[in-house]
Design a protein around this ligand. Structure first.
Ligand code: FAD
Length: 342
């Protein structure tokens, strides 16, 4: 029996072969997934991971596809598209885990499945007059993707509101709950990034009761800011992480950048990579069908249909080399590569 048939036997006829993955990535780039399964529930994810393990197939968990560069030759294993989307208020969680004082203060817990759209979660908080996630309005992708990458904006990030995360270990197929302190959250980092076997099934968020009108106002402002500052061509968001400023890095930077100019650009201990890329004269620099955005130098955008993931890889490498040569700084990718072996 062919592998496709075996997968269909285990997961149903919806398993497909050679599915173009570009359609599922905001970059609109990348080749096919050898096998492709849409997981509508968390249980579907567990079943798909178990099936892949039995058939010795690599897995790739595809969520909102907004932080990905998928290789031109695609992914030669089972792509599991996470569409487990439930979002609910967790009253039992409050009763079981929270002291009377927190309950009185109105701490509310929301459980969102990994495949739920991050914006559905943000809107859910607004609809329920809950404050704490306003800064996240406008970030694309899913709850699982956001928790894995500790997504953030405006000096805030997801780890500030996560209480716990339920994960499936794809190696052992065990499901366990990690509390926030066990997730090793850091700037765009987490245990889920370091341990690729961990699949986030759901996350429980802690929010506070707030004023709906002011929550909505702040969300609208965040969304408007994004519309004005980010390109609308296809991209994967920020290509590189921002630079954490240490004494040593600052010393290096002031060899080439005037201290005042530099200090004005450092916010919350970080320097935007966009500043260095722009200063290196790379805005608008194009390789093949992709270029450094004219609006935001940390975005690489797809310009036309000649674009390939390989062009992005070449452009990333060129930007890193230029920034290293000019400022002595080694940029680190925020975008995640998808290729066989993942
Ligand atoms: C226009 C634009 C603006 C953006 N702005 C921001 C921003 O302000 N701040 C920010 O932090 N990011 C930003 N991003 C990047 C992106 O939106 C986030 O990184 C997002 O959280 C990725 O989620 P996703 O569901 O799209 O993940 P995907 O891109 O589908 O996947 C990313 C990685 O996470 C893994 N993953 C996804 N779900 C799970 C899960 N349930 N369990 C385990 N692993 C999982 C995938 O396997 C993959 O390795 C932006 C992107 C775009 C295109």
């Amino acid at each position: 029996m062919q592998i496709l048939e075996k997968l269909q036997e285990k997961l149903g006829n919806s398993v497909q072969e050679k599915v173009a993955l570009a359609q599922y990535s905001t970059f609109k780039l990348g080749g096919p997934g050898r096998y492709f399964f849409i997981a509508k529930t968390s249980d579907d994810i567990v079943r798909a991971v178990t099936a892949a393990k039995e058939l010795n197939l690599e897995i790739f968990l595809l969520a909102g596809g907004s932080n990905l560069l998928i290789a031109d030759d695609g992914f030669d294993g089972l792509v599991i598209k996470a569409e487990n989307k439930n979002i609910s208020v967790e009253t039992q969680y409050v009763e079981a885990h929270c002291n009377a004082s927190l309950q009185r203060r109105g701490g509310i817990f929301i459980k969102a499945e990994g495949g739920a759209s991050w914006m559905d979660f943000v809107n859910f908080t607004k609809e329920n007059s809950l404050t704490g996630a306003e800064w996240g309005a406008g970030i694309p992708g899913t709850v699982g993707g956001a928790a894995r990458g500790n997504a953030g904006a405006f000096g805030r990030s997801v780890h500030e509101i996560i209480k716990s995360v339920e994960v499936l270990d794809s190696e052992t197929t065990a499901v366990k709950t990690l509390i926030n302190a066990e997730c090793s959250f850091d700037y765009r980092e987490s245990i889920f990034k370091k341990n690729k076997n961990l699949i986030i099934l759901n996350a429980t968020f802690q929010l506070q009761r707030g004023n709906r009108a002011s929550i909505e106002k702040e969300m609208n402002e965040r969304i408007a800011y994004r519309k004005n500052s980010q390109p609308c061509l296809p991209s994967a968001g920020c290509t590189f992480k921002n630079i954490i400023i240490t004494d040593e890095i600052k010393k290096k930077l002031i060899e080439t950048i005037e201290t005042k100019e530099l200090e004005a650009k450092i916010k919350g201990g970080k320097l935007g990579s966009a500043f260095l890329i722009d200063k290196a004269g790379l805005k608008g620099y194009q390789i093949g069908g992709v270029k450094v955005s004219d609006e935001h130098a940390n975005f690489i955008v797809k310009v036309d249909d000649t674009a390939k993931a390989d062009h992005v890889i070449q452009l990333i490498s060129y930007i890193k080399q230029q920034v290293r040569d000019k400022f002595g700084i080694q940029l680190q990718e925020e975008v995640q590569y998808v290729r066989y072996g993942h």
